[in-house]
Write a protein that binds this ligand. Structure first.
Ligand code: IPM
Ligand code: MG
Length: 367
C-alpha cells in the first residue's frame, strides 16, 4: 500500500514558521516510528496571490482533492487588505473548505494544566476544561445567496444570506452526535431560533437526528446565551454544534478560555473518499499574526496539535496522536514557553524552532 499523502500549505505570516516545526514532527515519525508520509507543499492565500494572482491556484485545488489530508498554516496579512474581495487570501481558504465539502469543523478547546493560570478567567473555571465545538463550515451566511453590495435609491446596501438546507444540518448534526458518543455523551446545539427561521429549522433537524442517538443528552441554547454560558461555566459543555458564523465567534471565545489562541488545533472533515478516509483539512485556529511573523516568536503548538488531529481522524493512528499530545503536555509541564505564554517570573521565552525541538525531544523520551 502506498504511503498516506499530505499536502502542506503554509500560507502567510507565521504560517511557514509554525509549519516548519510540523515538518520536524512528521520527520520524527518517519525516522523513529517508521511511519512514512508522502509530503508535498504548495502555496495558498497571499503567498499564492503573489505568485499566481489568485489566492488558490486551480492546480493546488486539484492536488488538495487528491491527497489524504491537507495541513494549512494561516492566510492573510495587512499587505493584502487593499486587494479586491474576490482575490483576498481568505478566499483561498474558503474555496478549499467549500470545494472539498468540509462540512464538519472540529474545534477542541482544551485547557492544559500547566497553562490554567493564563486564562483571563479564574483557574477553577477553566482547569481541566475539555470541550469540542463542531462548527458547520460549508454553508450558512458565509456562502448564502444573494450576497453583495447593491445600489438602492441613492445609497448602497450590503447583503448576505443565512441559508441552511435540512440535509446540511442533518449531516453536521450526525458528526456532532458521533463525537459525543465517543466523549461524555452530551451535546448542546446553539442557534437563534427566537429570531431566525434558519434557527428554527436547525433546532428541528438536530432534535430529529437526536432520535438516532438516544444515549446522547441533547440540549438547545440560543447562541448569545451560549456565549455567556461559555464564559460563566464552560465545563457544563461537552460537545457543542452550531452554524458557520456562530461557530466562528464561539470558537474564538472558547479558545481564549484556554489561555492562548496559539494552542488550539482544528480539523475540517467531509465525506469519506474511496479509500475510506474522510476528506480532511487541518489548521490551527489562530491567524497569520503578521505583527510577529518572521521573528521566531510564534507558538507552533496549535499547528503541531493539528497534525495530531490528522493522525487521529485521517490516519486512524489514535495512539500516535495521544503520544504527540502527551509530548506537548510534557513540554508545557516542564515550563517551556513561547512568548505568547509568558507571565511567570523568571521564565525566558523559547523561539518557535526551540519549541519544536523540545516537542521532538519529548517524543524521543516517549519511546
Ligand atoms: C476561522 C477564520 C476564517 C473564518 C477566516 C480566515 C476566513 O476566522 O477559520 O475561524 O472566518 O472562518
Ligand atoms: Mg475565526
Amino acid at each position: 500500500m502506498s504511503n498516506p499523502s499530505i499536502l502542506i500549505l503554509p500560507g502567510d505570516g507565521i504560517g511557514p514558521e509554525v509549519m516548519a516545526e510540523v515538518r520536524k514532527v512528521i520527520g520524527w515519525y518517519g525516522d523513529k516510528r517508521d511511519i512514512q508520509f508522502d509530503v508535498s507543499e504548495d502555496l495558498v492565500g497571499g503567498a499564492a496571490y503573489d505568485a499566481h494572482g489568485t489566492p488558490l491556484h486551480d492546480d493546488t485545488m486539484a492536488k488538495a482533492q487528491e491527497v489524504d489530508a491537507v495541513l494549512l498554516g494561516a492566510v492573510g496579512g495587512p499587505k493584502y487588505d487593499v486587494l479586491d474581495f474576490s482575490v483576498k487570501p481568505e478566499r483561498g481558504l474558503l474555496r478549499l473548505r467549500k470545494e472539498m465539502d468540509l462540512y464538519a469543523n472540529l474545534r477542541p478547546a482544551q485547557c492544559f494544566d500547566a497553562l490554567a493560570d493564563f486564562s483571563s478567567l479564574k483557574k477553577d473555571v477553566v482547569a481541566g476544561l475539555d470541550i469540542m465545538i463542531v462548527r458547520e463550515l460549508t454553508s450558512g451566511i458565509y456562502f448564502g445567496e444573494p450576497r453583495g453590495i447593491i445600489e438602492e435609491g441613492n445609497e448602497r446596501v450590503g447583503i448576505n444570506t443565512q441559508r441552511y438546507t435540512e440535509s446540511e444540518i442533518d449531516r453536521v448534526a450526525r458528526s456532532a452526535f458521533e463525537l459525543a458518543m465517543k466523549r461524555d455523551k452530551k451535546l448542546c446545539s446553539m442557534e437563534k431560533a427566537n429570531v431566525m427561521e434558519s434557527g428554527i429549522l436547525w433546532r428541528e433537524v438536530v432534535t430529529e437526528v437526536g432520535k438516532d442517538y438516544p444515549e446522547v443528552e441533547l440540549s438547545h441554547m440560543y447562541a448569545d446565551a451560549g456565549a455567556m454560558q461559555l464564559c460563566r461555566w464552560p465545563k457544563q459543555f461537552d460537545v457543542i454544534v452550531t452554524d458557520n458564523l456562530f461557530g466562528d465567534l464561539l470558537s474564538d471565545a472558547a479558545a481564549m478560555l484556554t489561555g492562548s489562541l496559539g494552542m488550539l488545533p482544528s480539523a475540517s472533515l467531509g465525506k469519506p473518499m474511496a479509500n475510506g478516509r474522510p476528506k480532511a483539512l487541518y489548521e490551527p485556529v489562530h491567524g497569520s499574526a503578521p505583527d510577529i511573523a518572521g521573528q521566531g516568536k510564534a507558538n507552533p503548538i496549535a499547528c503541531i496539535l493539528s497534525f495530531a488531529m490528522a493522525l487521529r481522524y485521517s490516519f486512524d493512528m489514535g495512539a500516535e496522536a495521544d503520544r504527540l499530545e502527551a509530548a506537548v503536555e510534557k513540554v508545557l509541564a516542564d515550563g517551556v514557553r513561547t512568548a505568547d505564554l509568558l507571565g511567570e517570573e523568571g521564565v525566558d521565552p523559547v523561539s518557535t524552532s526551540e519549541m519544536g525541538d523540545a516537542i521532538v525531544a519529548a517524543l524521543d523520551a516517549s519511546l
